[in-house]
Write a protein that binds this ligand. Structure first.
Ligand SMILES: NC(=O)c1ccc[n+]([C@@H]2O[C@H](COP(=O)([O-])OP(=O)(O)OC[C@H]3O[C@@H](n4cnc5c(N)ncnc54)[C@H](OP(=O)(O)O)[C@@H]3O)[C@@H](O)[C@H]2O)c1
Length: 276
């Protein structure tokens, strides 16, 4: 049974609105991916920088699911952009994942001076049928304005840090205005920023007999965002899927959005000033 709604991208492709993240999951990534797919998830987010594409590919095959039913995202690493090894890195991703094509490839961070050449290579791979959609991650509006001046293929998505303490409303509105969907990374504050123990969200969660995580994920869904919570715990995997049997009121949506503090989980995650 697959209850997860999809969002139509600007190239007509449908993307599941809820998936799983794999940041910092290495040894048991194959098990995690296999379990998530068997639970009902279809969108899987990885990155060259996570060093787990082989394990993610293994998990996909182990699940036994028809590959066509999955939506796999990876991201081009900053090092590959700086070293001008983007083509080779995409070939390696295809090889490590064990796929004939990747559903979505993102530029992981806006590495100054290397965005245009990387974008053109991504466009080349779309032309070759090796990548279906291309997009961005950690791009601020000014980065997108510059890219749209030369992009032959429009980015379908911008994946940025979003949780109730970092709502990024202006960036979300900007992207939607350009027909670019927004995907929230760190949707649960990476489990470390305190949002999972926020008393205001706890109170809302009690009303629906849901967990704080479920209320936060529901808030992302009702904002029209795509998101990819990560979990190592099998119980959480199932729990994170059970968010389609309740609806937050407009007032509750506003209350959660009102918790915004423009607080990144790490200060160095500022897209205009990142060190990696
Ligand atoms: N584009 C980028 O630059 C970027 C940056 C960071 C992340 N990402 C992507 O976004 C994905 C999600 O972000 P993230 O992994 O950093 O953090 P996250 O999903 O916000 O938080 C993960 C944490 O939440 C906990 N959790 C998950 N479900 C829960 C539940 N139902 N109840 C209580 N706790 C729960 C997990 O606990 P357990 O581990 O104990 O299960 C884990 O500690 C990543 O995995 C990655 O794919 C992208």
């Amino acid at each position: 049974m697959n209850v997860i709604p999809t969002i139509k991208l600007n190239n007509g492709i449908e993307m599941p609105q809820l998936g799983i993240g794999t940041f910092a999951v290495k040894e048991d990534a194959a098990e995690r991916v296999c379990h998530a797919v068997k639970t009902g998830f279809r969108l899987i987010d990885t990155a060259q920088g996570y060093g787990n594409e082989k394990e993610v590919g293994e998990g996909i095959r182990k699940s036994g699911i028809d590959r066509k039913l999955l939506f796999i995202t990876t991201k081009v690493n900053t090092t590959e952009m700086r070293n001008k090894t983007v083509r080779q890195s995409i070939d390696n991703s295809l090889n490590d994942l064990g796929l004939d094509y990747i559903d979505l490839v993102l530029i992981h961070w806006p590495v100054a001076g290397h965005i245009e050449e990387t974008w053109k290579i991504l466009e080349e791979y779309v032309d070759k049928g090796k990548i279906r959609s291309i997009g961005l991650s950690n791009f601020n509006p000014h980065h997108i304005d510059s890219l749209l001046l030369y992009a032959r293929i429009r980015p379908v998505i911008n994946q940025i840090e979003i949780h109730p303490y970092m709502t990024q409303q202006a960036n979300v509105d900007f992207n939607f205005g350009k027909d670019i969907q927004v995907e929230a990374w760190g949707p649960l504050g990476q489990g470390t920023n305190g949002v999972l123990n926020d008393p205001t969200i706890e109170e809302i969660a009690r009303r629906y007999n849901k967990s704080v995580a479920q209320v936060i994920l529901r808030w992302h869904m009702q904002r029209g965002l795509i998101t990819i919570p990560r979990c190592d715990n099998d119980d959480y995997t199932g729990e994170n899927l059970c968010i389609y049997d309740f609806e937050l009121s407009p007032k509750e949506m506003e209350t959660i959005s009102g918790l915004n503090r423009n607080l990144r989980t790490y200060e160095k995650n500022d897209p205009d000033n990142f060190p990696w």
